[in-house]
Design a protein around this ligand. Sequence first.
Ligand SMILES: Nc1nc2c(c(=O)[nH]1)N[C@H]1C(S)=C(S)[C@@H](COP(=O)(O)O)O[C@H]1N2
Ligand SMILES: [Mo]
Length: 507
Amino acid sequence: MRSRLIYAGFGLLAALLGVGAGHLTASLLNPASSPVLAVGSTVIDLTPTPMKEWAIREFGNRDKTILVGSVLLGVLLLAAVAGLLARRRLALGAGLLLLLVGVAAAAAMSRPTADLSDLLPALVTALAGVGALAWLDRAYRSGRRSAAADAEDAGPSRRGVVVAAAVVAVAAAALGGAGRVIGRLRSRPEDVDLPTAADPARALPEGIEGRVPGVTPFRTPNKDFYRVDTRLDTPVISADDWTLTIDGDVERELTFSFEDLLEMPLIERDITLTCVSNSVGGQYVGAARWTGVRLTDLLDQAGVGSGADQILSTDFEGMTISTPLELATDGRDAMVALGMNGEGLPRAHGFPSRLVVPGLYGFISATKWVTRLTLTTYAERSAYWTDREWATDAPIKLSARIDTPNALDDLPAGENLVGGVAWAQQRGGVAKVEVRVDGGAWQAAELGPDGGNDYWRQWFYRWDAAPGSHSLAARVTSGDGELQTTASAEPFPEGSSGLHELLVNVD
Ligand SMILES: Nc1nc2c(c(=O)[nH]1)N[C@H]1C(S)=C(S)[C@@H](COP(=O)(O)O)O[C@H]1N2
Ligand SMILES: [Mo]
């Protein structure tokens, strides 16, 4: 019994060492080829849409941590089994470990831009894992032999096993830790000197977050901006190697370098981005100042043919997003963005360059790490989320969110500030926000400053609260006169709707 436990532990340690060594190798070469991340990414691609939606709903921003954690847990369970097999015959246990690494290698190689060097992390994982298992097994067996030879004194030899196990554990932790540090260092943002925009934005007025505690800041700092994409790593792309190609149904196929784009006239705009997976009251929305080249400036140079109805954008690794050509070129401030809040794009948000199209959910417009814009038709080409049954035409639905108080808060009786943000991009912006208490009459809230029609607006309402339990709801009316619908819808397939409503207690 005890030797079984010990061998299961050997399997675990060997796997941890392998994963740590593989992760370190990948962090030096290509983060996406890390065995655990490669398996995780494949799982993301293969997961059916309803399950993905469920995970995003249940786990929110932690969905990826939970996915990677589950993959790791699965690997460790199987590694324990490999340890048990090694107790019978080392070759059996090593065989199972190699099988696991083989799956990871296949996952890493199945990525569209994979090359042979992406096999290296798996190779290192295999060597480290099997090597550690063999070494632990030898330490155990030689301990057993010397214990049998000298039954009086099994101490030192048992110590041999403990030392070997400790060495492997420390090495695994050190390698994994080094991999993380290197990964973080490499994904530091590159310095970009953004030229002054030829067409700058107005100065953004000061928000009301200082006066109304709990209200979301008027501008989202880059480090707090929500992140949604299909990746588990943060791509490290050098601006010097990067190019953007415009092809498909165009008169001239064009390719721009990062420098080329920086030399073109830049526009600067305040735009609120929203994810289609945002549930009512959710956090997948953020507001930033974007700097970039107007999309139509680039398309006009290329000369768009008359047949196209779709811009199919492709990221550096072949992930695709489709945008309705007509909407992207109808005069709105769609851009190939190079800057976010006065800096180059953070790597997590698309460095060197991404698309930003006001008024469309990110999944049909906001391609990060974009390298290609192909003018084509919906009949001819489909994109990642279209293939997963999401809508192709998805304007952002207008919505009001209550940031403060929080649901189930205990509030003092008397005046309380209810506040939040509301958005109605490409619908004339936010003209009115109203608050309803306990299903009563809608009351006008006070609005924060105006950041433009594509930007969200803060709001607050002075509520004279009586003791008891109360429900609060908010709704927005756009500058175009559209009132937010009460009809509730799930994010799939074209965005959530309904009122953000919550319960609070007043003492
Ligand atoms: N290359 C790439 N771009 C992408 C995605 C992606 O998965 N891959 N996700 C899109 C989605 S669904 C949204 S909502 C926005 C989010 O942008 P952010 O992470 O900068 O907030 O990016 C879009 N661009
Ligand atoms: Mo999204």
